[in-house]
Write a protein that binds this ligand. Structure first.
Ligand SMILES: C[S@@+](CC[C@H](N)C(=O)[O-])C[C@H]1O[C@@H](n2cnc3c(N)ncnc32)[C@H](O)[C@@H]1O
Length: 329
């Protein structure tokens, strides 16, 4: 259901990187205030927008206000939506998620970049997966849509798919479910240490060092991926783990999402010569928030500027997109 939200006042829920990007990059951002569940943030401001407690919702005029869920990770998207539902808000009427809110601005730019008309059914699938699946997913919903469209754009190319940095494989499951249904049998490599970061570089934000420093149970992730015959899980730190890729393997679509400078640079070196002409490289966190994963843009600029290859950014997804020059085989 697409609603015309243009005449509504907008209250954000979630003082997230997406909200920061929206306030920084949207043509005419319009946010009245920002709800956040973290008491430590109440009273502070994000780019001039005041952060307040969820209790502020009780005094909102619901006929004139829209609450937009700005969370990125699916567990947070679900938690905020559960709060909104519990307070009597109705999806698509007085509340919605960032993907639906920002879709109209995003879609034309993304379509022009990929050179294809996007399928809104795939957006509906990505939104539903993020709101309903219990497999945690850390890509933005519009980023999921972009990757699904990139999958379609490269269908018929011979190379494999790779996701470098997969966490609990939420994004991988989303893409593999779609590929299974529409009969795309390309191999899908998953590279992850499944125990977080190997170490940070000076280009990375030191305060985020422990972000994935948890044992999140590789065995249940490995069993999850065994549901998909085309999944090839390679456990370990890149770049060492790249040694397990068969000689001669080529790629048509690669999604990099390891957060850090050195794995990014190592991945670009390994992948670029194996990415087929017409292939797509999507780089998560190429657009970083203040204090966020700033090493990714540094690595991408270092690697691609010298090669004269442009990185196109779509801030709504945090991603930079690179196309391998040449005609697809
Ligand atoms: C942001 S998460 C990936 C999220 C996933 N793409 C999704 O959308 O749900 C980053 C992952 O990168 C992995 N990682 C970071 N550095 C790595 C390295 N050098 N080698 C392998 N995995 C790494 C971490 O273990 C973590 O699971």
């Amino acid at each position: 259901m697409t609603q015309d939200f243009a005449h509504r006042q907008v209250v954000a829920w979630g003082a997230s990187a997406l909200l920061e990007f929206y306030l920084r990059f949207a043509d005419s951002p319009r946010i009245l205030s920002c709800i956040d569940s973290d008491p430590a943030r109440h009273g502070a401001e994000l780019r001039g927008v005041k952060i307040v407690a969820p209790a502020a919702l009780d005094t909102l005029d619901r006929d004139t206000t829209l609450v937009v869920n700005f969370a990125i990770a699916s567990p947070s998207i679900q938690a905020i939506q559960a709060e909104l539902t519990g307070r009597g808000f109705t999806m698509g009427i007085d509340c919605t998620d960032f993907a639906e809110f920002a879709r109209a601005g995003f879609q034309p730019r993304a379509q022009a970049l990929l050179g294809r008309r996007f399928d809104e059914g795939l957006l509906a699938y990505a939104r539903a997966f993020n709101l309903e699946s219990n497999v945690p997913l850390e890509t933005t919903v519009l980023g999921n849509w972009l990757l699904l469209e990139a999958l379609r754009a490269t269908t018929g190319m011979p190379g494999a798919i790779a996701e470098v940095g997969a966490f609990q494989c939420g994004n991988a499951c989303l893409l593999l479910n779609a590929m299974s249904l529409w009969g795309d049998a390309r191999s899908y490599y998953v590279f992850d240490s499944f125990r977080g970061f190997g170490g940070l570089s000076p280009q990375d934000p030191a305060e985020l060092a422990g972000s994935y420093d948890v044992d999140y149970g590789a065995s249940h992730i490995l069993n999850r991926m065994r549901l998909y015959p085309q999944a090839r899980v390679i456990t370990g730190f890149v770049p060492e783990s790249f040694r397990e890729v068969p000689e001669g393997e080529r790629f048509s679509l690669v999604f990099f999402d390891c957060d850090l400078y050195q794995p990014a640079l190592d991945t670009f070196h390994f992948i670029w010569e194996r990415l087929l002409p017409g292939g797509v490289l999507a780089i998560h966190d190429y657009v970083a928030a203040d204090g966020g994963w700033t090493g990714i843009r540094a690595a991408a600029q270092e690697f691609f500027a010298g090669r004269g290859v442009p990185v196109h950014d779509l801030w709504e997804t945090t991603m930079g997109i690179v196309f391998k020059p040449g005609t697809a085989p």
